[in-house]
Design a protein around this ligand. Structure first.
Ligand code: GCB
Length: 581
């Protein structure tokens, strides 16, 4: 537990390191290696200039700047399709000699990152969508201190995700960078949730960083809770107390002020209490069966082709889901910014959160498994106090094999160990068959992926009417499962650029997108074990996989909203369906 990232960094004493960072583009990693592949003694992390040494051929302070947070691709035209290494530099604000510990926290950097402060390497991190931090207490000096960050977003066969995906690989320091100050001993991590089974117990733990054996007070003033948690020598302490909070739900997204404090430290959070469970084919929110009216989304800002990177971007994205009539959002295909989960907590949107275990990653490699597990752990630790999150998803569309199922079973177990209060899921495929029924051809779809046995909720991606069958075949579809588990139809859809019109059966038109949605939604009414859907996708998004000129132009066009932010006709179709649910 001690190596968890600092919980709730926004609740800490922070200085934002956002803004302009100098950068150097370095496809050959000249800033790292000399011509023989050995360490470069003029390496960029040393922040040398030609004035410092005649053989130095760079100068950060003379170099242009990029905004942090922000992907590099959308900020500078020559970087639009760039993948590789880019170096960032900035000076730190003056750090007072006040006895506090200091950390630099990166909300996310895609994909492999190394951080140096004053030329000293402090941390390496792999994975593009989860936070990491470096303690700089013993490295900073009076006067000027500087940070250099090398980010490499090369896609790797043994990466998570692997080389091949259907979204653009936005590189760089895509999320906020914070300078955090804490006392010598501080509350590093805590977990505070309503137990799913009783619904009347709040339990969790607290983890100190520093001197253990201290008492931590948990206070929830609006519930009259003031509870002393003892911690062991390692600073870990658990708690469990009876409470009957107002339940958080989409109708009533009630959040409580919760604080943990020691003599030297205090951290405040806003936490919602709700219970999520399954019962046979039902999903129960606070004991009542719920239908998830959802939409899938990538982390791309509304009205732009760039990574969403601020709380304002999160608000705009989730406001679109609310406008569509959703109570549920699938945050595909990787952990989104933590702002998304906080805004969803406020708005009353239920969330599916996912790690980028996507398509065919290397199931045979222990290293790949540990990389995927590290990303899953970082996501869960970051977000497990958010009431909005009900589903941890461990994979998307992975080809069935023994090695893959063992890999994913292991991830599902990790998710449950870290967070027994939530449900696990994955987006899987179904088995298609054709059978004759009363002289008519009927298409059956069976959910029989062995992975389903290790999950609470089955997700299924199916593109009937787009990739697999004609739209006219959808009416003859029958769905089966003997798993006795709820199903969320985690994807379906059809591509259409905004403004392209035609007949109802003309592919690539808004009209055809409507036809597919109408047929799909009619089919859904007859699937007895269906408990939700998250069609693909809220907004057109940038992807090199979609080159069709004049139609796709390197965008996946299955959005209900265009990349410019305009609603398509099928938006209304889904909106009307959700009004009836
Ligand atoms: C899928 C994938 C998603 C793709 C989508 C598509 O099944 O999960 O990442 O973008 O299909 O548009 O083909």
């Amino acid at each position: 537990m001690t190596n968890a990232n600092i919980q709730n960094p926004y609740g800490r004493q922070i200085v934002s390191l956002d803004g302009d960072w100098h950068y150097l583009i370095d496809p050959y990693e000249t800033g790292f290696y000399n011509m023989f592949g050995e360490e470069n003694s003029f390496g960029y992390f040393r922040n040398l200039t030609p004035e410092d040494h005649w053989a130095s051929e760079y100068n950060f302070k003379q170099s242009p700047t990029l905004k942090v947070p922000g992907d590099w691709n959308s900020q500078e035209p020559t970087l639009l399709w760039y993948e590789g290494t880019l170096w960032y530099f900035r000076e730190l604000p003056a750090i007072p000699d006040d006895g506090l510990r200091r950390f630099v926290r990166f909300g996310g950097a895609n994909y492999d990152t190394i951080v140096w402060v004053n030329g000293q390497e402090l941390v390496r991190h792999t994975g593009g969508f989860t936070p990491f931090e470096a303690e700089i207490t013993d490295v900073v000096q009076a006067g000027t201190n500087y940070v250099v960050v090398k980010v490499n977003d090369e896609r790797l066969k043994d990466g998570v995700p692997t080389r091949n995906t259907d979204w653009w690989n936005y590189g760089g320091l895509t999320r906020e960078v914070l300078l955090i100050a804490t006392p010598a001993t501080f509350i590093r991590d805590y977990f505070c949730q309503l137990d799913a089974d009783t619904g009347a117990t709040i339990s969790g733990f607290v983890q100190l960083d520093g001197e253990g054996g201290q008492t931590v007070e948990l206070a929830i003033p609006e519930l009259g809770v003031s509870y002393q948690i003892s911690t062991d020598a390692a600073g870990f302490g658990e708690f469990s107390l009876s409470a009957t909070p107002e339940r958080w739900s989409p109708q009533n997204p009630r959040l409580y002020d919760v604080s943990f404090s020691t003599a030297a430290d205090v951290i405040h959070d806003r936490i919602g209490f709700r219970a999520i469970a399954t019962d046979g084919e039902d999903i129960l929110l606070n004991g009542d069966s719920i239908f998830l009216k959802g939409i899938s989304m990538h982390e791309e800002a509304i009205g732009h082709a760039r990574r969403a990177n601020s709380i304002e971007d999160a608000r705009r994205l989730l406001a679109e889901a609310k406008a569509l009539g959703c109570n549920f959002v699938r945050l595909a295909h990787y952990p989104h910014n933590d702002h998304m989960c906080r805004v969803a907590d406020e708005l009353g949107l239920l969330l599916w959160c996912e790690v980028p275990v996507y398509w065919a990653i290397n199931w045979e490699s222990q290293e790949v498994l540990e990389n995927a597990r590290a990303q899953l752990i970082e996501m869960i630790v970051r977000d497990r106090n958010r009431a909005s999150i009900i589903l941890w998803s461990i994979a998307n569309e992975t080809p069935v094999s023994d090695a893959r199922t063992a890999f994913l079973k292991s991830l599902a177990e990790t998710a449950k160990q870290l967070d027994p209060t939530r449900l696990t899921t994955a987006a899987m495929f179904m088995r298609p068959d054709k059978v004759e029924e009363d002289g008519e051809v009927v298409r059956t779809y069976t959910l029989d992926d062995p992975l389903a046995d290790y999950l609470d909720v089955m997700g299924c991606n199916q593109y009937l009417g787009w990739y697999y069958t004609k739209v006219t075949d959808i009416a003859n579809a029958r769905w089966h499962s003997d798993k006795n588990k709820p199903l969320v139809m985690s994807e379906f859809g059809a591509g259409a650029p905004k403004g392209k019109r035609g007949g109802p059966l003309d592919r690539w038109t808004e009209d055809y997108q409507v036809t597919v949605y109408e047929a799909q939604l009619a089919m859904m009414q007859d699937i007895g074990f269906l408990r939700g859907l998250s069609p693909w996708i809220l907004k057109d998004f940038r992807t090199p996989k979609r080159p069709l000129a004049g139609v796709q132009d390197y965008f996946n066009r299955k959005g209900l909203i265009s990349d410019k932010g305009e609603r398509k006709l099928a938006w209304q179709t889904l909106y009307e369906f959700y009004q009836t649910k």
